[in-house]
Structure formats: structure tokens, C-alpha cells
Design a protein around this ligand. Structure first.
Ligand code: NAD
Ligand code: NAD
Lengths: 208, 208
């Protein structure tokens, strides 16, 4: 059993490696990875040795090789599908987002309850489907994650629909708390803490 | 100088307290706060004593009181404005988002380059403005944060516009890296790590 804080750190290392590869980096040190993730270099080295992640001391890490190793630990080496419930502004922005591929994630369905939206083609080559048509066949097998992008007062109802068709993992973008059945895991997506961190640096003198 | 990892933890404690207050919690222990933020209880107690945050051992913390104390440390006790550049799907979802108030944040302007969008009224009572009209008067004083919700190939250009009018703090929602002038601070908003964490729990047996 891997504690969630460790998984979040691994996911951050993975994201930092994806970004560095895109910039053409050849070698990365553990302190560079630490800086990108806002974590101490000691913690990074501890995590790498815990999972047996490669790298020669003093030489640094090969971003592509390290990314592959972390992908195996996080199970990103297998494709996962994202099912979006709520095809409004945020839902459609997520459906069209081009950054999921690097994580072996793919949006496979977008659902809504508004008859005026159902049947509409949106970015990412998808068509909005009726949330009533969500069935256990929508995302067979265990590799499916739900994304809740409905209004807050509809969040629990939309989540219950996902649980009822066997989708047990949900990223909740709404501000409403979700009651989940045993065995399910719901995480909240929040960018407000990032704005809070930026609020702290309100004088030029504070900038790093 | 407070290290960014510490600020991120404080911002998470703040978010957890906001959520718990909304659920009517009266008392919170440091281990409950730790669990909500995916951090060890020892780290929470260390942070609280470093900043002199109140609470009686064994009795727990009053969420409202603790939130007020953290707000002062993070400077959330003063209002900050958010200026959004890119009034597409994500930009409009941000403009309409109701969760900023709890952080003393408010979206004060939404800008775009598309003539078909300029002048349109959107959620949150705002009207889309021409990005060419961004001036140092748009957000006078030091309390302004930019949000980049343009396509990736426009990110640097939009960021440069914000830097040129004196907005030095940016939350970048695009996947493109931003070159920033000295003194500026750019953070990336990413939900993909959250999906990666959920990908890990791909068998029911893993669920917590
Ligand atoms: N985490 C953040 O920082 C953040 C930022 C922006 C928006 N949000 C949240 O994301 C959510 C969506 O925001 P938005 O701007 O896209 O809203 P929106 O109104 O544009 O979209 C909501 C969509 O959900 C659909 N819907 C309503 N009830 C439904 C149901 N039971 N089943 C399926 N679909 C249903 C509506 O028809 C609509 O298309 C809101 O809860 C908002 O608070 C969060
Ligand atoms: N972080 C994430 O996980 C995540 C999720 C979804 C989308 N995104 C990113 O957010 C961004 C916006 O996505 P979207 O779906 O809202 O796209 P969109 O195409 O709906 O909106 C982009 C808007 O930017 C405007 N624009 C283009 N160039 C501009 C300029 N120079 N100045 C001002 N405005 C300009 C366009 O007119 C358009 O209105 C993209 O970069 C996308 O990759 C990130």
C-alpha cells in the first residue's frame, strides 16, 4: 500500500520529467527535480531509493528513462480512460485538452443532462451523450476514471451515476463534498491553493 | 523568506479548513488536517509551531480561528484580483467559478483577442475585453494575479502582455513553459497529476 502523499510526489516528478523532456533536457539532478516539485532533494532521493528508481550518484537522471520507471510504479504504463460528466465550459475544456496523452490518459466520453447539449460535437472529436445512457458498458474493465464538472448542487447525483455503473475513481472539480461508497476514491481538483501561493508574493522583493 | 513547499502546505490547510467549515466542523485535530492534505501529522504540527498557529494539545483546532491565522500568514486577509487572459472554455469557467470568495480572491477582468468574443457578457457578471486594452491601470497596486487560459502557442505572448502592464504573478493553465522576467513568479496549474494518482488505484482492493 503506497500512501497518497507519496503518490502525489511521484505524479509531480512524472509531470516535471514530461515538461523537461519537452524542453529537450538530457540529464536532471535530484535537486532540479526537487525544485520543480517544491520538495526537498532529500525527499526525492528517499522516494527514488524506496522504489529502486535508477540514476548514478553525481551523474543525474535520464528524464525519459526515469519517466518510464515512474510510469510503471503509478500504472501509467497502461491506458486509462476519463469519463466526463457535465459538458459545460470546464467539461468541454477538459475534453479538448491536449496534455492527457503524455500520461496514457484519454477522454473516452462526455455526458450531460441538458437536451440542448446532447448530440453536439465538441473539441477532442467527441459527441456529448445523454447522462442517462451511462452504463457499465461505457467503460468496461477497471481502467476508468470519472471527472465531475457539473454545478455543485448536482455533484452528488452525478457521482452516484458514476458509482452505479462501476466507475469508482472520481476527480471532483466542483466545490461540493461527495459521499462515496466503500471502496471508492474521490479526489478534489483545486487550483485555488495555487492562487493562494501567488497571493503571498505580493511585493516584488519576495519574488524568487 | 518562506519556501514554496511550505506555502503550498499552508494553502492546503487553508482549503481543508474552508471545506470543513462548510461541512459544519467544530474542532479539527492536526491528524485530520494532515489526512485532508495528504501530509504527515508531524509536518502539520511543525508548520503550526513555526508560524505560531494556535490550538491546545489534545483539544484540537477551531477551524474558523485557524483559517484566520493562516489567512494572515498567506496574506489572504487582503483582497487580490485575478485577471484572466483567454476567454475560451476554461477562461469562462474560471470567471464564473464561485469558490474564489473564500480566499478573498475576485476575478476583475477577462481579456481575449478574438473580435467575435470581445464585448460578450459572460458568467460572473463580467464582459470580455480586448487584450489590447490591458494597461497598467487595469489592476493598479500590487494585488493582481494573471491567469493564462489561451492556447499553448499563445501563452508566451499573453504572458508578456501581463508582464508589460506590471502583473508579475501568473498561474499558467497552458502546457507551454513560460519565460519570465526577473522578479516575476509563474506557477503551472495542472490537474493531470491528480488523474495520475487515481490511475494508481486500478483495483478495488487498493481503495482506502
Ligand atoms: N476547481 C476549480 O477551481 C473550478 C474552476 C472552475 C469551475 N469549477 C467548477 O466546475 C463545475 C462546472 O463549471 P462550468 O463553468 O463548466 O459550469 P457550466 O454550467 O458551464 O457546466 C455545467 C454542465 O453540467 C451539466 N449538468 C447539470 N446537471 C447535470 C447532471 N445531473 N448530469 C450531467 N450533467 C449535468 C449542465 O447541463 C452543464 O452543461 C462547477 O461546479 C464549478 O464550480 C471549478
Ligand atoms: N491544465 C489543464 O489540465 C488544462 C485543462 C484544460 C485546458 N487547458 C489549457 O487551457 C488553455 C485554454 O483551453 P480552452 O479549452 O479554454 O481553449 P479555447 O480555445 O476554448 O480558448 C482559448 C481562448 O484564448 C483566446 N486567445 C488566443 N490567443 C490569445 C491572445 N494572444 N490573447 C488573448 N486571448 C487569446 C482565444 O480567442 C480563445 O477564446 C489551453 O492552453 C489548454 O491546453 C489546461
Amino acid at each position: 500500500r503506497v500512501p497518497i502523499p507519496t503518490l502525489l510526489r511521484l505524479a509531480c516528478y512524472y509531470r516535471a520529467l514530461v515538461e523537461q523532456e519537452q524542453r529537450g533536457a538530457r540529464r536532471l539532478s535530484s535537486s532540479e527535480i526537487a525544485q520543480l516539485c517544491g520538495i526537498s532533494a532529500t525527499q526525492v532521493r528517499k522516494d527514488f531509493s524506496f522504489f529502486g528508481l535508477g540514476g548514478k550518484p553525481g551523474v543525474g537522471y535520464d528524464p525519459a528513462q526515469l519517466r518510464g520507471q515512474i510510469a510503471r510504479v503509478l500504472k501509467l504504463d497502461r491506458p486509462h480512460q476519463i469519463v466526463i460528466v457535465g459538458a459545460g465550459r470546464l467539461g468541454q475544456a477538459l475534453a479538448a485538452y491536449g496534455g492527457f496523452g503524455a500520461y496514457n490518459l484519454q477522454v473516452s466520453g462526455v455526458f450531460d443532462s441538458d437536451p440542448a447539449k446532447i448530440g453536439k460535437r465538441i473539441g477532442g472529436g467527441l459527441t456529448i451523450q445523454d447522462v442517462k445512457k451511462l452504463t457499465p458498458k461505457t467503460c468496461p474493465g477497471k481502467r476508468c476514471i470519472g471527472a465531475l464538472t457539473v454545478p455543485a448542487d448536482q455533484a452528488q447525483r452525478a457521482a452516484d451515476t458514476l458509482f452505479s455503473v462501476g466507475i469508482y475513481r472520481i476527480l471532483n472539480f466542483t466545490p461540493a463534498p461527495i459521499e462515496a461508497p466503500a471502496g471508492a476514491i474521490v479526489r478534489t481538483a483545486a487550483f485555488t491553493p495555487e492562487f493562494a501561493v501567488l497571493a503571498f508574493f505580493d511585493k516584488e522583493t519576495h519574488y524568487e
